[in-house]
Design a binder for this molecule. Sequence first.
Ligand SMILES: Nc1nc2c(ncn2[C@@H]2O[C@H](COP(=O)(O)OP(=O)(O)OP(=O)(O)O)[C@@H](O)[C@H]2O)c(=O)[nH]1
Length: 420
Amino acid sequence: MSIFTKRLIYFVAPNIEQFAEIGRQLHFFGFEYKAFNRNSALLAAMHSEKPCAMVIDETGMSDISTLECLPLLKKLYAGPLFLANFGLGVDAQLAFLRAGITDFIAQPLNLQAFIDRIDLIDEQDNPSPFKVLLVDDSDTAAKWTASVLSGAGMVVKHIDNPLTVMPYLANFKPDILLLDVYMPECTGDEIAKVIRQTPQFDSIPIVFLSTETHRGRQLMARSMGGDDFLVKNMEPDELIAAVTITAERYRRIRRWMTRDSLTGLLNHTHVIEALSREVTRAHKESRPLSYAMVDIDFFKRINDQYGHSVGDRVIKSLSRLLKQSMPNPDAVGRYGGEEFALIWSDHTLIRAAQRTDELRVLFQDLAQSNADGHFNASFSAGVAQLKDGMTAQQLIDAADQALYQAKAAGRNQIGLSSNR
Ligand SMILES: Nc1nc2c(ncn2[C@@H]2O[C@H](COP(=O)(O)OP(=O)(O)OP(=O)(O)O)[C@@H](O)[C@H]2O)c(=O)[nH]1
């Protein structure tokens, strides 16, 4: 069974062979591909299975032009519709936009550019709902706040005891924390101060909810680590707007702080943090945990031969492949320049090595494009399994050692840690 989650893309052209290679390549990135050269077949397929994106050649299909087929097609399909073209004037672009084309893409299609566009549309169209952690000892007030925010599509978790907040912050990973100010166990500003002692939670905004309207008291609460102060029983629309604005802003900040800008993967610091959390969990729950260090082979040579921007694209193609394949996107990070970290939770050494090797085979088969055509790249990896008493750093060192052996043994292979 494939390890990828499939997403479907339709290609439409008089000669579907023109998209055969890109379809094959898309498969590596978790996309399923279907091609059509006749309108009837396309419309029939549209009735049974809608794609996440469509690419239509500017000339249409063998039996109909693009402008002729669009009116009916648009009744069946509302997703992104790319027009693959060799260059169009403004008039022609306007005509296609008015007929329902949503995006233009240059022919011949550049795989990386195309996937970047789909990823972007995907992110904009499907932002994950905001997660709100609500701490309030009043059940009635909490129910009202939760129902307003859930009604706006947010995921709300309510706890009534502020002293239990820490594990919820760690496990529920809220986008925003709403804290009541007056609670029997401690006040909201006291617990905010405690939360702000843990750097891991720095990027979670804390908003106080209170009937308190005294300005001095509000400012004091903010000085204790809160980010905003909302008066309880405000209008539902105002509450939704205030929570959305703050959660959105912090989501952007968090992304910037934790993600690598080239690949969107967890950066060095945060992948180590994620591994440390998994190490603690694995020890506590006696579960297996493995870690793989992946390094692109002869990467300096790729840069030297084809240029730095082609090198960057190779890095992006590998990062996307890894992101698609890991059960959890936060289980993969960019450890350094051309080095990646894979956290194989609940995997023994052998299983993690097998799965890393599946990725190695896919990556070596991936056509990397340069100005003159295509070439192939490969990676080596070292895999290690967590042993009793081992720290995250010791696990990283063991994987690094195994990677070194894989490189020394000829590259494009997986090394297993001897630390068994
Ligand atoms: N294009 C590009 N190159 C990078 C980036 N980060 C690091 N590099 C380059 O990656 C290269 C890594 O080279 P080396 O560490 O010598 O290893 P290698 O050539 O991959 O050889 P082996 O690992 O031994 O197979 C260096 O030339 C770095 O300049 C990046 O973000 N983009």
